[in-house]
Design a protein around this ligand. Structure first.
Ligand code: FES
Ligand SMILES: [Fe+2]
Length: 441
């Protein structure tokens, strides 16, 4: 269990905090490209505890900056986005997407000091339908991340965003906590409920898998394993990738390109971002007659987005309505009575409170991956704070290309590392850049 002090270090992401500084070493998605239109209204957003606006100028360039005007701190959210810049409505100062002051019309020319009156802007770039932002201190930003899903063009991706009302770490940890699958999502699913020959049968035949875990160049990986038939092992591989990404095992390993971001908006709100290749083969979760299992819906219903700081991508099922839990369905059909795998995860992690009290947890062997991930995060944040050590993956984003999540059955004699490497070698890679390299522990 982390101490209260380490728990604080892991969960706080505002300016000047060790974890906030670690996060600021990386590019993070700020909003969808489609959320900001040329000469359109600025978008309010919160990222790493900072209140920002994103906007697009007349030429289509993106700006992400502190929402407060450098003159007398009025919010640029109310600004006029026109003719190549954003003009503050208070005294008319105008800024470009890099924060440069273009005009100080309330000041006689001999007193104007445009060079010293820049807005606080961050470097922003667009890729795969998203606006990425670099909030770190470097003059020249590091490269954008290179994991497979982040390299795919927008047309090749299915993506969705969902806000979660809790700390980023407890939200992310749901993805690397494989033993909840057999309860939260599949607690009422028996092997015979699934179509013959589907390997997901092995997952519900044994709900207490064993684990192998290794530190990697990009973070931490695990292989959960259990019996997969005579002479065979059924594996489920997943990863934590610095600073706040996961790859989960919910698909056919060789044909499953995905990434899941748990982007800290502030200490108590997280934006979940799912990126998955359109040609992915997800794990079939169908009855023998081809119909879906109860509770397994994937589509999400959203509340309308608002201009509130936390008003974007909120689901209809939320803590105000107990995620629409149906107690009859819970008794007879699904383990939770909550519809939708994503919403089941959302309900339990939000139910821990805005920031869970880690010091009162009772971690066990099934939480080994969570413990190792916390250790790596703590180590990297402390190393950055103490010696300025660059965290994993910042300057070598190619290292992410050895990571792939998914499930498969392999000969038991192979061993887990060789099974992973062999499967990687036979995997489809839409980017052509997947690498067969697993760092030793
Ligand atoms: S506060 Fe923005 S121009 Fe004065
Ligand atoms: Fe889950």
């Amino acid at each position: 269990m982390p101490t209260a002090q380490d728990s604080e270090l892991l969960t706080r992401v505002g300016p000047g905090t060790p974890m906030g500084n670690l996060m600021r070493e990386y590019w993070l998605p700020a909003c969808k490209s489609a959320e900001v239109k040329a000469d359109g209204a600025p978008l309010r957003l919160v990222l790493l505890g900072e209140k920002l606006i994103a906007w697009r100028d007349s030429a289509g360039r993106i700006g992400v900056m502190d929402h407060r005007c450098p003159h007398r701190r009025a919010s640029l959210f109310f600004g006029r986005n026109e003719e190549g810049g954003l003009r503050c409505v208070y005294h008319g100062w105008k800024f470009d997407v890099a924060g440069k002051c273009l005009d100080m019309p309330n000041v006689p020319p001999q007193y104007a000091f445009r060079d010293k009156a820049g807005a606080k802007a961050y470097k922003a770039e667009e890729r795969n339908g998203m606006v990425w932002v670099y909030m770190g201190a470097r003059e020249t930003a590091p490269p954008l991340p290179s994991f497979e899903a982040a390299l795919l063009p927008e047309a090749e991706l299915n993506s969705f965003w969902v806000q979660r009302e809790c700390n980023w770490l407890q939200a992310l940890e749901g993805d690397i906590d494989t033993s909840h699958l057999g309860f939260l999502h599949d607690g009422k699913v028996m092997p015979e409920d699934l179509a013959e020959g589907t390997i997901h049968r092995w997952a519900v035949a044994n709900r207490a898998p064993d684990y192998d875990i290794a530190e990697t160049d990009w973070g931490v990986m695990y292989g959960a394993h259990r019996d997969g038939g005579p002479g065979h092992t059924y594996y489920r591989f997943a990863h934590f990738m610095f600073p706040c990404w996961t790859l989960i095992p919910a698909g056919n390993f060789g044909h499953y390109v995905t990434a899941r971001g748990w982007i800290p908006l502030d200490d108590t709100h997280t934006m979940f971002i799912s990126l998955s290749w359109r040609q992915n083969r997800s794990t079939p979760r169908l009855r023998p007659d081809g119909t879906p299992l109860p509770g397994a819906r994937f589509d999400l219903r959203y509340l309308p987005n608002t201009t509130d700081w936390h008003g974007r991508w909120r689901p209809v099922q939320n803590k105000e309505n107990d995620y629409e839990i149906d107690r009859e369905v819970q008794r007879d059909q699904s383990f939770t009575g909550i519809e939708g795998i994503h919403m089941q995860d959302q309900a339990v992690t939000e139910s821990m409170g805005p920031i869970t009290d880690h010091e009162n947890e009772h971690l066990t062997i099934s939480d080994l991956m969570i413990a190792r991930t916390r250790q790596r995060l703590l180590h990297a944040a402390k190393a950055l704070a103490q010696s300025g050590a660059t965290p994993p993956g910042v300057d070598n984003p190619e290292s992410y290309l050895g990571a792939r999540g998914g499930d498969f059955v392999a000969p038991a004699a192979l061993g887990w590392r060789d099974a992973y490497a062999a499967e990687l070698r036979n995997s489809v890679s839409p980017t052509g850049r997947l690498r067969v390299a697993v760092a030793a522990e």
